[in-house]
Design a protein around this ligand. Structure first.
Ligand code: HEM
Length: 150
């Protein structure tokens, strides 16, 4: 056998190796998720009044700040893509029926895509003064923007 034919053609990989990039993505996103998730927990549960400060106004305040909007959106995207890619790996490893495997991989991908779109929309279009009611804790904040209870 000559040196050229030593490696079967089918095993020689051409183009982008998606599995390799997926493997690297899981490690890279894991490191970033540690920072995002523990930063999120620390700020929400430990700083200031801690968990007692968590209410609608607290969330509204965070979603009014571009820094926290991007923090939360990055956490959402990375956790969902990381989680969905992890589930894809598990499905590929354990589901032996080809039709069931394909269906489940598609279902995981669709669920992740839907949640990414919905979550991103919520973070960037969130309006705490929408449907403002009398006596709401946000009455003053919204009045400053010229929005009053109906
Ligand atoms: C705290 C930050 C996180 C770190 C450091 C982390 C790290 C990792 C790493 C390195 C892998 C690859 C394991 C392997 O290939 O054997 C992995 C797999 C996985 N991760 Fe994460 N991850 C984190 C958060 C998450 C979150 C938030 C989710 C869910 C949304 C998630 C769901 C999964 C799943 C389903 C797998 C596949 C498990 C498997 O292959 O057996 N992870 N994670």
């Amino acid at each position: 056998m000559s040196a050229q034919t030593a490696v079967p053609a089918a095993r020689r990989q051409r183009g982008i190796n998606l599995e390799k990039w997926g493997w690297l993505f899981m490690r890279g996103s894991g490191v970033i998720l540690v920072v995002l998730i523990f930063g999120h927990l620390f700020v929400n549960l430990m700083l200031g009044d801690g968990i007692r400060a968590l209410d609608f106004g607290f969330v509204a305040g965070k979603f009014a700040t571009p820094f926290w909007q991007w923090w939360d959106v990055l956490m959402l995207w990375l956790a969902l893509i990381h989680g969905a890619n992890g589930m894809r790996t598990i499905v590929n490893d354990y589901v032996t029926n080809e039709r069931a495997r394909k269906t489940l991989v598609w279902a995981v991908g669709l669920a992740a895509a839907l949640l990414i779109i919905l979550g991103t929309l919520v973070v960037f279009t969130f309006d705490p003064c929408l449907g403002l009611t009398e006596g709401s804790a946000l009455e003053e904040v919204c009045a400053a923007q010229g929005i009053f209870p109906n």
